[in-house]
Design a protein around this ligand. Structure first.
Ligand code: ARG
Length: 588
């Protein structure tokens, strides 16, 4: 459906033309004085200079034409030259009826869908998920769902870190603890055991231990680097161990992501890029893109317009080992080959921005991507504790994601049990749904690039700009609709009618923005715009609810029309929270 603002704009364009003015001045915006009008046009002010006329005269000319339009109930020229527009209630109701009849609630699918790869999640195998990974998962999932809602071909890839030094560290630590394991026997040629020689909890303990140890013991680190190199170059025993690490770790990651309602189309890993590396390196050398600098193979990526130093992109270390850059570039090669995306969006901590600048420039310069392939970096800020420092456990340790989620579930459970008598089993399920909304909304309602404070008390509150408040509003609507049906009535007996009071109209004026908000939020990769939209709707709805006796309304037609407006409000809110990555319970 055409956006309502476009329909209104069309009217203004026609009126400017008919009154003899350039239509470039006919721009309509939302009113910033809802007490005076719904929309406004300040074009007469801008046109005054061109036509050497007082703005009010131009406004009067345009208003004379606009007054004939069926779109408006009232059109006024106001000194010194504003044009105030009040919508015809019939036009507004009609637009809402069309929205309700539209299968996508007015949002048009894009005419030319793009293939967009989304690199998010970014967990590292064998390392526990921590809160830093939470943001990437939450933001990425939402962008994926937004893109799909608009009809794009979105491909989400978790891009697991499985090829770096952490693997060598784990292997070396295992060797130290259990040298007798067959994986370390160089003369062994048989098959390796199917069962992993560790559990997930052991694995999660091994890595931090090895990492800490390597910082104190350079010879251990040296050995781990050697093990990483051997793994990357096909050592049989190490590869077998690496397979075990992947199996154990990925099973655990899948469980964690599924608890967050986050899912990936591809479970690709850094190591999947390995087969592309030799050819890519050769190609970069052959075409004169890469050169040796201090033993390492690098590609210069600085540009004249740079205001700060952008160091060269390192492709191979002097010992021939590949790096994070190398796998990322080779992954681009693989993605181009397998999916030919129009865009690749990386949802990664903003502290990696410089790194991605190097990688993107290198990919462009060496023509790994086509000219019209867009590479976008969506860098997100840090999630801090109330003290303004990166989020920690109470005793100062790294907060694990599982622990964080379970703390919020418990908090939510307490609140729900305190609120009213409810079966504890149902309360538990509901708590899980509401807790997820608290975490996701708390995150997504901030502009992604900003740091934010993770405040359990605020995020789990049923009041204010929170996920639980939005869910509370949806549940309230659902409950009214249920009670209506329990009176023996059906939904859809009437269609949405003209507004009967101001708060109803205010709600309507929010709802009609849906298609515009969705498109704009995706264009700007800005889920927070959807959050602020549903917060506005929830506020408008609750005001309407408090001012209107809906179910006890005696005029049945009026009541049935309101019910339809409630259905549309619910559906829009539900679509929005789906896109944000959470859902609503039946009761709470
Ligand atoms: N595994 C990385 C980390 O934890 C994030 C990966 C981001 N994606 C990428 N293509 N580099 O820091």
């Amino acid at each position: 459906m055409k956006k309502i603002i476009e329909l209104i704009n069309d009217e203004a364009v026609k009126a400017f033309a008919e009154a003899g003015y350039d239509t470039a001045f006919a721009k309509v915006t939302l009113s910033n004085r809802p007490d005076l009008c719904d929309y406004q046009c300040n074009g007469a002010m801008a046109a005054a200079k061109t036509y050497k006329k007082a703005p009010i005269m131009i406004a009067n000319d345009v208003v004379a034409v606009l007054s004939k339009s069926k779109v408006f109930q009232e059109v006024n020229a106001v000194n010194p030259g504003f044009i105030n527009l009040r919508l015809n209630p019939e036009f507004l109701a009609d637009y809402l009826r069309q929205m309700q009849a539209d299968e996508n609630l007015s949002v048009e699918k894009v005419k030319e869908p793009k293939t967009i790869m989304l690199d998010y999640g970014g967990a590292n195998v064998a390392k526990p998920l921590h809160v830093g990974h939470l943001r990437s998962a939450i933001i990425g999932e939402s962008i994926k769902r937004m893109g799909r809602f608009l009809g794009h071909n979105m491909i989400g890839d978790v891009h697991l870190g499985d090829w770096g030094l952490q693997m060598g560290l784990i292997i070396t630590e295992l060797k130290k603890r259990k040298p007798e394991l067959v994986y370390f026997d160089e003369n062994y040629t048989g098959e390796y055991p199917k069962e992993a020689p560790f559990t997930i909890s052991e694995l999660e303990e091994i890595y931090p231990t090895a990492n800490a140890y390597s910082k104190e013991h350079p010879e251990f680190k040296e050995e781990a680097m050697q093990a990483t190199y051997l793994l990357q170059n096909g050592n049989r025993g190490y590869l077998a161990l690496w397979h075990h690490i992947l199996d154990v770790s990925i099973a655990d990651l899948k469980k964690n992501y599924s608890n967050l309602d986050v899912s990936f189309d591809l479970w690709k890993k850094e190591s999947d890029a390995q087969p592309y590396i030799p050819d890519m390196v050769q190609y970069m050398k052959d075409n004169g893109y890469a050169h040796i600098d201090d033993g390492a193979l690098v590609v210069d990526v600085k540009e004249e317009s740079d205001t700060k130093e952008i160091p060269p992109c390192m492709i191979l270390k002097s010992d021939g080992a590949s790096l994070y850059n190398t796998t990322d570039l080779a992954t681009i090669v693989e993605r181009m080959k397998l999916f030919h995306p129009d865009e690749i969006i990386y949802v990664v901590d903003k502290r990696q921005e410089l790194y991605f600048t190097q990688v993107f420039r290198c990919a462009r310069k060496t023509k790994l991507v086509e000219e019209n392939t867009e590479l976008k970096f969506l860098g997100f800020g840090t999630m801090n504790g109330k003290d303004g420092k990166p989020f920690k456990t109470r005793d100062g340790g790294v907060m694990r994601l599982e622990r964080l989620i379970s703390e919020i579930n418990d908090e939510m459970y307490k609140k729900i049990m305190d609120n009213h008598a409810i079966d504890p089993e149902e309360a538990k399920k509901t708590a899980k749904i509401v807790a997820l909304s608290a975490v996701k909304y708390g995150d997504l309602s901030n502009q992604a690039s900003k740091d934010y404070v993770f405040d359990i008390d605020r995020f789990t509150s049923f009041e204010g700009d929170t996920g639980p408040y939005i869910l509370y509003t949806i549940v309230r609507i659902k409950s009214i609709l249920n009670r209506y049906q329990n009176l023996g009535r059906k939904l859809g007996e009437e269609v949405i009618g003209v507004p009967y009071n101001d708060s109803e109209k205010a709600l309507m004026l929010e709802l009609v923005k849906f298609n515009q908000v969705m498109e704009n939020a995706f264009e700007e990769i800005a889920p927070h715009k959807i959050c602020s939209y549903i917060y506005d709707i929830a506020n408008a709805f609750n005001r309407f609810y408090h001012e209107t006796k809906i179910l006890s309304e005696e005029n049945e037609k009026k009541r049935a029309e309101w019910i339809q407006l409630l259905v549309l409000t619910r559906d829009i809110l539900e679509s929005c929270i789906y896109v944000l990555g959470f859902s609503s319970p039946e009761r709470m």
